[in-house]
Design a protein. Structure first.
Length: 740
């Protein structure tokens, strides 16, 4: 509507009928753009059809005859006999494309063919016409495009008009089509674009002189990036559209003015308390890891594409800072998170990245050799079960072995190129009954661990054999930290080989590793948020929550809970947190979907408060459009009202899990800030090295280790008062695996 493109509809009729009527009522040449072969029935001396899916073929009457084998006016008769699965036209049973063409060419129409069915020599055709008259006539009605439906419009009203730019800009803003918005130009009410005044100053003295000319205390957008011939370069903007680049040494002339940067941690210039990091504030406003790089923020909030130069980046920062400040100011909860949590955490993460953690090269070499042996054994056994050698890493070859040569039950799921999928979930569904699938899963796991960690880590170590991961505070929509190059948060701890990799992470010589992790924090937060009295009572009394759940769900006394029942209850507990369906729980436990459904219903019967919390949370998110943590961090969930049931179901699970996972992430960040403050204030030698979701890893000299474990445990447990106790488990040892 904003583009003034007419939207034409008529109650009780389909779009095809509207198009057909418009085509016939127009006293001019008409081209219908469509890949639907039904449209070919409309072709005549004035109407043609352009098929954009077939090299832009333009069909006139002659090309319709060549393509369909009948006249345009007979296309609907042809479809009535041969049917069309795409449009749910049943057709005449037993009559295909060739038979339908022959009958129409012979008799001229469906009605004539039906009336003269007795003349048809071929028995299957004759019987189909005689026995399915009503279905065939219905098929013709379905295939017929109406050309005389009531339309209160004339062709002259369809003449192209210029768009309503003001309305169109509002639509583009609402839909976040920022590139299209930029193409509309400035609105009459908007200020004209500021001309660019960019320049490069060659010496630090020139840079200092220019900085000295700026109004005192004016905030400055600052970019520190790149290495040039004489060292690092900086670019500064402290006025609209004005920026200068110069050697980084000149930045000392900035004084104490506020600074606006993007990703301060990557180039930590200036006092963090004097910095506005637009990457963090943009993330708080958007909660989208993919939308927080500087070009994306400029496009979204400044409505323009960002130039490639350092000066353009600095000028964009100068404008972005105040805009994002203004948006944060109307959401005090987000502003508080920025000032008290996300920004103070940056120097801590920077120090952790700078310190790194020691990795035992020799242990990795031994582990690599051991993994080679494991892969060789697995390869031999897989090939023996397959009956021949093949490339296990090739999904195409593996699929052929499993589903064609061994005739394993093929899933409905397909991968790239429409080959049958051999994804992990497919193999897991086969593994219980087919050993080859189980072995391929084991092979993939070992190969991935070997390639991702065991063989890759030695290439990432510095001269002191320390690896320096990068912690990303905007890497997950829930607010969790992510880790990359290498990702140290993804090393599995439930497999023997994963634990072996952790054993290669060690403290500096003579020191000890200290590990402290929250116990069942998301379940404790579920108790806090839901107020469920059974769940709360269990945590307040220090009971084993999985044993208690097993007793509640399976109806046995706690002393009668077997390890298997506890394991099943654990799966149910964590499944509830992550919104697991009965299908997912059945796959996880290797039970029928009916049993899994019974488990979940029994759980909600005993933990009624949890069920009410889930229903209440989904309803609130459906109303507000976002999920929120205990401390006000927000995550938009636009699919919560989607008409697509899969998208809506995923959104509902996300709505329930986000407050739990996001609050857990905020709690450990708070603890990290308080622990760091105390370690620095008391001049400890100990260092915080890693954060892996609910776990913190430190290294300390032997004389500090036990005291450090107590300090961190106490800080983590007292970081915020909940309705249930927060419990942290502390341990220490010679490596990450053996810290006990």
């Amino acid at each position: 509507t904003a583009m003034r493109v007419p939207v034409i509809e008529s109650d009780g009729y389909e779009a095809d009928d509207v198009i057909g009527t418009l085509a016939k009522m127009a006293d001019m040449d008409v081209v219908i753009v469509s890949s639907d072969k039904d449209m070919l029935q409309l072709v005549d001396e004035r109407v043609r059809v352009l098929n954009p899916m077939k090299d832009d073929i333009l069909y006139d009457a002659a090309s319709v005859r060549d393509y369909m084998g009948v006249e345009p006016s007979q296309v609907r008769d042809l479809l009535a006999l041969k049917g069309d699965a795409v449009d749910n036209i049943p057709g005449a049973p037993g009559i295909g494309d060739k038979g339908a063409k022959d009958l129409i060419l012979r008799f001229g129409s469906v009605e004539a063919a039906l009336d003269r069915a007795a003349e048809v020599e071929k028995k299957t055709y004759r019987e189909s016409l005689l026995n399915h008259r009503e279905q065939i006539l219905l098929s013709k009605r379905l295939a017929t495009i109406e050309v005389n439906i009531p339309l209160e419009i004339t062709v002259r009203q369809l003449v192209r008009q210029e768009p309503d730019l003001d309305e169109l800009r509002e639509v583009y803003r609402t839909l976040e089509f920022f590139s299209l918005l930029a193409q509309t130009g400035p609105a009459a009410s908007e200020a004209p674009a500021v001309p660019e005044d960019f320049a490069v100053l060659l010496t630090a003295d020139e840079g200092r002189e220019w900085l000295a000319s700026l109004p005192a205390e004016t905030a400055a957008g600052v970019v520190v990036a790149g290495v040039v011939v004489d060292g690092e370069t900086a670019s500064v903007s402290a006025a609209p559209g004005v920026a200068r680049s110069f050697p980084v040494a000149a930045l000392d002339a900035l004084g104490t003015r506020p600074l606006i940067l993007h990703n301060w941690k990557a180039a930590p210039y200036g006092d963090i308390n004097n910095v506005h990091d637009v990457m963090l504030t943009g993330f708080l406003l958007l909660a989208d890891p993919g939308d927080v790089d500087l070009p994306a923020l400029a496009e979204r909030f400044l409505m323009r594409k960002l130039g490639a130069s350092l000066e353009a980046r600095a000028a964009a920062l100068f404008e972005l800072g105040p805009k994002l400040d203004e948006l944060l100011a109307v959401q005090p909860g987000l502003q508080k998170l920025y000032l008290e949590l996300d920004r103070p955490l940056l120097p801590i993460l920077a120090a952790m990245e700078r310190d790194g953690i020691t990795v035992d090269r020799g242990m990795l070499q031994l582990l690599s050799s051991r993994m080679d042996q494991v892969l060789t054994v697995l390869t031999t056994e897989i090939h023996a079960l397959a009956g021949r050698e093949f490339n296990i890493n090739s999904p195409q070859q593996l699929g052929k072995i499993l589903f064609e040569e061994l005739n394993l039950p093929a899933p409905f799921k397909t991968g790239k190129g429409k080959v049958i999928s051999t994804a992990a979930d497919v193999l897991e569904s086969l593994a219980a009954e087919h050993r080859i699938a189980q072995l391929v899963l084991e092979y993939r796991q070992v190969a991935k661990l070997k390639g991702t960690y065991v063989d890759a880590l030695p290439n990432l170590l510095d001269a002191d054999s320390r690896v320096h991961t990068t912690f990303n505070p905007t890497g997950a929509a829930t607010g969790r930290l992510s880790s990359n190059n290498p990702n140290l948060q993804n090393i599995p701890i439930r497999t023997e080989l994963g634990r072996e990799i952790r054993a290669a992470f060690v403290p500096r010589p003579g020191w000890t590793l200290v590990k402290v992790d929250y116990s069942q924090i998301e379940l404790r937060l579920l108790a806090h948020f839901s107020g469920d009295h059974v769940l709360t009572d269990s945590f307040v009394n220090g009971e084993d929550i999985h044993t208690r759940t097993a007793a509640e769900v399976f109806g046995v006394p706690p002393l009668m809970v077997t390890p298997e029942l506890r394991r099943n209850a654990k799966a149910v507990n964590f499944g509830i947190v992550y919104g697991q369906t009965s299908f997912g729980l059945a796959a996880a436990l290797g039970i029928s979907r009916g049993e899994a459904d019974t488990y979940i219903k029994s759980y909600f019967s005993r933990y009624a408060g949890v069920k009410k919390y889930i229903e209440r949370t989904v309803a609130e998110v459906r109303k507000s459009g976002y999920a929120e943590t205990l401390f006000g961090r927000r995550r938009p969930i636009p699919d919560i009202s989607s008409k697509n049931p899969n998208a809506r179901g995923f959104a509902e699970r996300t709505a329930v899990n986000t407050p739990l996972q996001g609050t857990a992430a905020d709690l450990i960040k708070m603890a990290m800030i308080r622990i760091d403050e105390q370690l620095r204030a008391e001049r400890w030698q100990a260092r915080m090295l890693l954060q892996v979701h609910d776990e913190l890893v430190f290294e300390a000299p032997p004389e500090e280790a036990a005291k450090l474990a107590r300090l961190v445990k106490q800080r983590m447990e007292s970081v915020h008062k909940l309705n249930v106790p927060l419990i942290a488990d502390a341990s220490q040892g010679p490596n990450w695996r053996d810290a006990k």
